[in-house]
Design a binder for this molecule. Sequence first.
Ligand code: FAD
Ligand code: UDP
Length: 390
Amino acid sequence: MNHTFDALVVGAGFAGAVTARELAERGNLRVLVLERRDHIGGNAYDCLDQAGVLIHQYGPHIFHTNNKRVFDYLSRFTQWRDYQHRVIANIPDGKTGGRMTYPVPFNLTSLETAFGLEEGRRLGDKLLEAYGPERKVTILELRQSADPEIAALADYVYEHVFVHYTMKQWGQTPEEIDPNTTARVPVFLSRDDRYFQDAWQGMPLEGYTPLFEKLLDHPGIAVELGTDALKRLDLSGDRVRVDGEVFEGPVIYTGQADELFGFQFGPLPYRTLDFRFETLPRDDFQGYGTVNYTVDEDYTRITEFKHMTGQVKPGVTTIVKEYSRSYTGAPEETPYYAIINPENNALYARYQEAAGRFPNLRLLGRLAEYKYYNMDAIVARALELSDQLI
Ligand code: FAD
Ligand code: UDP
């Protein structure tokens, strides 16, 4: 056998980079990482734009977790900037003809802004009595209420926060998509206006890419950028071949499962995003990391990076608008979101079964597992898989 590595990792996002580090460090293996893009970091990659503003090229990434193992693990490779993500909805105000803003997740403060102080408080008290303080109630659950006033309020929130945003993001209504998706952003019976309540949240102090550089900086790891692993991997026989020869070491694949098998059962559906970046000659554009346009506009949200990264850069700021659409498989598109439903899960299961025929092949990550994972969930899964393999 002529291979100069003991394990192969496809993809240098969180799934691939954490597994590579673990296999090299704890498992004492020589690990080859192949990455199709010309940079590491997967979708968490960040870099300076032409104006010198630190941006996230594939959309805003805020780290948050309740998993101590994940937080402690990543803290070996980065310090953190304390950042609590806050998002506001920006919607047309029917009464004034101007715009209105309030916190998302829709909470007790949002209620007072939308309905006025007195009426908002009364409705808030009613919700607190029905569900209890600090409760997170999904919009679908709230709409089930038999109380006509709560049902009317649920309709308001549905109309002003969920239905149009969800149509823009998914091309479907909240009832049609996986209920776990809207449950990520519940109605929150609280004054806490943060987007996440996790025990640990923040941004890597120097950015995500330096975190990945440190993760992959180990004598047992070799990274090849600009390399499509599908040109080197062969699954046409009953054993995995790499560069033409049978390879029996672990192969951790973090790309699309359908692509790995030549789309033989048909393509898995995804949503993709178009990111439109704008650099503006001012200190501050919107005062918040993210503003959601929940009723109008073609984009879903605008993110202004300086608020998240804490970068001090007077006189200039960069924002990004996100436009969602169907993924067609065109080479310039990225499959960002799996469209989770029973039919697509069944299609995915066929690819999973095909992968299962190769005992040393593991599918790991948001693409390879066809799931809606946050970064911390991927890191947790990479650590667990490494526990098994070592
Ligand atoms: P990826 O980061 O996609 O990495 C997979 C890598 O594999 C890519 O670099 C790809 O180029 C490479 N690859 C694929 N096929 C091949 C091949 N054939 N050969 C070689 N290389 C290949 N999570 C959070 O926790 N907080 C957030 O705020 C957050 N915001 C998000 C915003 C957006 C717009 C999106 C889309 C996701 C967001 N996420 C967020 C989720 C986060 O991006 C993922 O959890 C994480 O990136 C998953 O890591 P991964 O390694 O599984 O996949
Ligand atoms: N959502 C919504 N309005 C909002 C925010 C979220 O309708 O203002 C719904 C929408 O369906 C979205 C889902 O909740 O896709 C999850 O939102 P999240 O912000 O977690 O999405 P992500 O950041 O992963 O794109």
